[in-house]
Ligand binder design. Structure first.
Ligand code: PBG
Length: 332
């Protein structure tokens, strides 16, 4: 469809921008608390939380406080939370066995949220990095991140999370073949209802820095993730990855990071029309918070604009650390 524009002065675009009512009437994109998945960090202990220096306003919370946060999020109309564990150093090993421990901190948080707020959709992260002595998402053998042995471990991790009550599994590891392997195992073990939101187009990005502080993986990580996460220069590859993951049984797909990759979001939505999410990652959050703290940007405005832009780019929802603050604003 070719847009039609009458010549000036028949067409004056400012007519429809003249009042809040007219602007509301012609607004194409809407943001709602139901668009958000709230990523939270969980740590051991009781009734406690610790700030994350590079992510102002974000804390690591003990399981009981995560349950409390779920109650608050639910009251705000946020439909989903995503759990990331801060694993004690003693539980980080080369074999990553803590990753599929039914009682690890992430699985305890899943159960605590489902107990406190059964309606809350609980999403998980599937990758070995919080449990890996060397900070990588997969097993390291002779300096190489090995694929197939990692996939088998990720499947065990996925089944433990499903058994703990997770509604949405989020494989973020970028190994090949993991979605198909997880889907087959879930079907076989009676977890037909568990959905997979694949981190399908996940880039090897420098914007994850503050997150790695939050989960304590920064110091551990040796080398980079360039052999498994995507090259930021590539676009067509993202579509092939999305298609591959959908064919293997992903229910929803994600583009990550968010703001610098809105072109990818748009291509994905236009090409496949599937539930598409973006992750406004820790570095994006940190950048905005730093500028806000300096008084260089207006906090509420820049937060809402950044989130709206994901919707405009075709996303159905956004993983964002701003979720509770933005929901509070949206609810008036
Ligand atoms: C773990 C994982 C990462 C993020 C989500 N899951 C870090 C990484 O891949 O190194 C980043 C999230 C963020 O930066 O907010 N695989």
């Amino acid at each position: 469809m070719k847009p039609t524009v009458a010549p000036f002065p028949a067409a004056r675009f400012r007519r429809l921008r003249g009042t809040p009512a007219l602007r509301a009437l012609v607004r194409q994109t809407h943001l709602d608390a139901s668009d958000f998945i709230w990523p939270v960090f969980v740590m051991a202990g009781h009734d406690d939380e610790t700030p994350i220096a590079s992510m102002p306003g974000v804390t690591r919370k003990t399981v009981d406080r995560i349950a409390q946060a779920a109650r608050e999020a639910h009251a705000l109309g946020i439909p989903a939370m995503c759990i990331f564990p801060y694993t004690a150093m003693a539980f980080r090993t080369e074999d990553c066995a803590e990753a599929w421990n039914p009682d690890n901190i992430a699985n305890r948080a899943i159960r605590a949220i489902k107990d406190a707020v059964p309606e809350m959709a609980v999403m998980t992260d599937i990758a070995l990095d919080p449990y890996n002595i060397n900070g990588h998402d997969g097993f390291v053998e002779d300096g190489e991140i090995v694929n197939d042995r990692t996939v088998a471990a990720l499947v065990r991790m996925a089944l433990a999370q499903a058994a703990a009550g997770a509604d949405i599994l989020g494989p973020s590891d970028m190994m090949d073949g993991r979605i198909g392997a997880m889907r087959a195992a879930l079907e076989q073990e009676g977890h037909q209802k568990v959905a997979i939101l694949s981190y399908a187009a996940k880039y090897a990005s420098a914007f994850y820095g503050p997150f790695r502080d939050a989960v304590g993986a920064s110091a551990a990580l040796r080398g980079d993730k360039n052999t498994y996460q995507m090259d930021p220069a590539n676009s067509d590859e993202a579509l092939r990855l999305i298609e591959r993951d959908l064919m293997e049984g992903a229910d929803m797909v994600m583009v990550k990071p968010g703001m610098p990759y809105l072109d990818i979001c748009r291509r994905v939505k236009d090409s496949f029309g599937v539930p598409t999410f973006a992750y406004q990652v820790s570095g994006e959050y940190a950048m905005m918070q730093a500028a806000i703290a300096n008084g260089w940007l207006d906090g509420p405005k820049v937060m809402m604009e950044s989130l709206m832009c994901f919707k405009r780019a075709g996303c159905d929802g956004i993983l964002t650390y701003f979720a509770p603050e933005a929901a509070r604003l949206l609810n008036g």
